[in-house]
Write a protein that binds this ligand. Structure first.
Ligand SMILES: [Zn+2]
Length: 397
């Protein structure tokens, strides 16, 4: 099957081309030619983008399908128990109507550490085999065995939690700096990318001292220019998750997403119900949203690779839909619309080693999103979805 999108504006993941034809041949983007295609699509007045990559999710049954309906073609999961992970992987491999998935599998945290208090909270127990007990790390001596157990489960990268919950009034056990360092070392020795959950500057410094590769959130306390410069100098990427802080702090600004008909009309009822979440078990500062948006701007200006991620979970942010709020918040943090789009496409692909996606170029996977209007000047145009392809398969609209 050959599909040609004619005369579209093309954001290729890095830059914008005013008018171009893009050819899909099978599951790949092909070199344009003059031979007839099976399907011809008029792209005039529209913009073609790489499928979006959400660089921070928690994926449960049904989420990969919802993600794809909103143009998210790949989710990078940041904590998944083995039974659930096997099921999501199978769906991503076998089905064409769901987003693709990479995952950290079980994250590394201290016994009883974050997010154990969430795993023990009422709604989570309803998730069946996707919740419950999981391996933890008591001391540095257990780091290597923990990483080996995760490798046996086929994880794609290692996630390490450094968070006592104190910013949210909690007092949870936390990995010692020495244990964090041992985990990063064991992860690197196994060829894994290492990513830390931190939401404060103090904990981010522990991760940086350990030689971490990426941070799964921006910080929610005031970020200094010096720390931003250090993050840049170490080449550490940071996942934004601004919509997550909005959601857990019940910030009213985020409600515009669901009110936007372009998003709201596509949401299942279960997603609306999920917005009424009790987030009291989540460690976050009351002024976390404003600090997080400022931190994102400071990091971007310092030259840090900022990756768009929502922390989508069974409640809010919403899988798929949340990315359309995340890129808007990135522009409010000071990124240009093009930079926000790169944060949602080429940057996560590059930093997570996904060389086959995240850009529009011959030979790459045909994970594509066609929208009305021009999101390179009006970022909310990402919501005006006309067509979605996942590995070349056109999705029902
Ligand atoms: Zn998360």
């Amino acid at each position: 099957m050959r599909t040609r999108i004619r005369n579209a504006r093309v954001f290729d993941g890095l830059k914008t081309i005013a008018h171009a034809d893009v050819l899909i041949d099978g599951d790949l983007i092909a070199e344009p030619d003059d031979r007839p295609a099976d399907v011809e699509i008029d792209g005039s007045g529209r913009t073609l983008l790489p499928g979006l990559i959400d660089a921070h999710t928690h994926t449960f049954d049904g989420d990969l399908a919802q993600a794809l309906r909103f143009g998210v073609t790949t989710e990078l999961d940041m904590f998944c128990l083995p039974g659930n992970l096997a099921r999501q992987r199978r769906a991503a491999a076998d089905r064409d109507d769901v987003a693709d998935l990479r995952s950290s599998g079980v994250l590394a945290t201290a016994p009883g550490g974050h997010p154990s208090q969430i795993m023990d909270s009422p709604g989570v127990r309803d998730l069946g085999d996707a919740a419950g007990a999981f391996d933890t790390v008591a001391d540095a001596g257990q780091a290597k065995a923990f990483v080996e157990a995760r490798l046996a489960e086929g994880i794609d990268y290692l996630k390490i939690v450094i968070d006592s919950g104190h910013v949210g009034g909690l007092d949870l056990p936390v990995l010692s700096p020495g244990t964090v360092a041992a985990l990063v070392e064991a992860g690197h020795a196994a060829g894994l990318l290492t990513i830390a959950h931190t939401v404060t500057t103090r904990d981010a410094v522990v991760a940086l001292d350990a030689g971490i590769d990426g941070l799964a959130h921006v910080v929610t306390d005031p970020l200094t220019d010096d720390l931003a410069a250090r993050i840049a100098a170490q080449g550490v990427f940071v996942v934004s998750t601004l919509t997550y802080f909005e959601a857990v702090l019940n910030d009213p600004s985020g409600a515009e997403l669901v009110r936007d008909e372009r998003i709201g009309s596509k949401l299942p009822d279960r997603a609306r119900a999920a917005l009424d979440r009790d987030a009291s078990v989540v460690p976050v500062r009351p002024d976390g949203v404003r600090n997080a948006v400022r931190a994102a701007g400071t990091l971007h200006r310092a030259g840090v690779a900022l990756l768009a991620g929502t922390d989508a979970n069974p409640w809010a942010p919403l899988h798929g839909a949340g990315m359309h709020r995340e890129v808007l918040l990135l522009t409010e943090a000071g990124l240009s619309a093009e930079a926000a789009l790169a944060a949602a496409t080429s940057l996560p692909a590059r930093h997570f080693g996904l060389a086959d996606r995240g850009r529009i170029a011959p030979g790459l996977r045909a994970d594509l999103l066609l929208v009305d209007g021009d999101p390179t000047t009006d970022i909310t145009a990402t919501r005006a979805i006309k067509e979605i392809w996942r590995r070349g398969v056109r999705q029902a609209s």
